[in-house]
Design a protein around this ligand. Structure first.
Ligand code: FES
Ligand code: FES
Length: 218
């Protein structure tokens, strides 16, 4: 006889109970449960919550009702169908999803849409159109600042914001004097653009494009 939670079982009964509990634990996630099993109910904390959010995207106001877990990137791509902004890593590591929010560039995969109520968001579609391109878009074309083009919308949004940051006097890690206004230089541009990865390696052409636009703005 075996003692099991205070119940005495024969060795055969003990083996049967053990096998039953192992097979129950081995049921894969999502598999149908036996009709006799009590229905599983999701904890309240896992129930999706929807919220209303208003975003001003490329000058147009959009009222959206979103699952509160929706990233700004998914709100733009999946709900507003602005697919210019790209999903590369979805982990804040590549910069493909860069957009400009209230004048600052951010990785839209790392922020929730509901955190940006009323924010003014600029995506690559808002910078220019094929017939009226932004000077940065023109420069990228002129200098071949891309190959496959997947990183390009993020590169361009970042580049536009980088020149605004330098103009605003915001120093970077390579600015030689934190009390002086930073100057446009290859080092400054490389450092500030280091969060935008280009797997095609178009970096030198991207640098040329940004440098040209910086020169034309000074
Ligand atoms: S997709 Fe957002 S940083 Fe890579
Ligand atoms: S152009 Fe292909 S990843 Fe940058």
């Amino acid at each position: 006889m075996e003692e099991f939670s205070g119940i005495r079982l024969s060795r055969r009964e003990f083996v049967v109970v053990g096998a039953a509990s192992v097979s129950a634990a081995a049921v894969p996630a999502g598999a149908a449960t036996p009709a006799t099993a009590p229905a599983a109910t999701a904890p309240a904390s896992l129930t999706p919550v929807a919220a209303q959010v208003s975003l001003v995207v490329n000058g147009q106001t959009h009222a959206l009702r979103l699952d509160t877990r929706t990233t700004l990137l998914d709100a733009l791509r999946e709900h507003l169908h602005l697919t210019g902004t790209k999903k590369g890593c979805d982990h804040g590591q590549c910069g493909a999803c860069t957009v400009i929010v209230d004048g600052r560039r951010i990785n839209s995969c790392l922020t929730l849409a509901v955190m940006h109520e009323g924010a003014r968001i600029t995506t690559v579609e808002g910078l220019g159109s094929p017939t009226r391109m932004h000077p940065m878009q023109v420069a990228f074309v002129k200098h071949d600042g891309y190959q496959c083009g997947y990183c390009t919308p993020g590169q361009i949004c970042s580049a536009v914001a980088v020149l605004d940051e330098i103009r605003a006097g915001i120093p970077s890690h390579v600015s030689p004097d934190l009390n002086a206004r930073p100057q446009v230089s290859p080092g400054e541009i490389r450092e500030r653009m280091s969060g935008n990865i280009c797997r095609c390696g178009a970096y030198s052409n991207i640098l040329e494009a940004i440098t040209e636009v910086a020169g034309s703005q000074s």
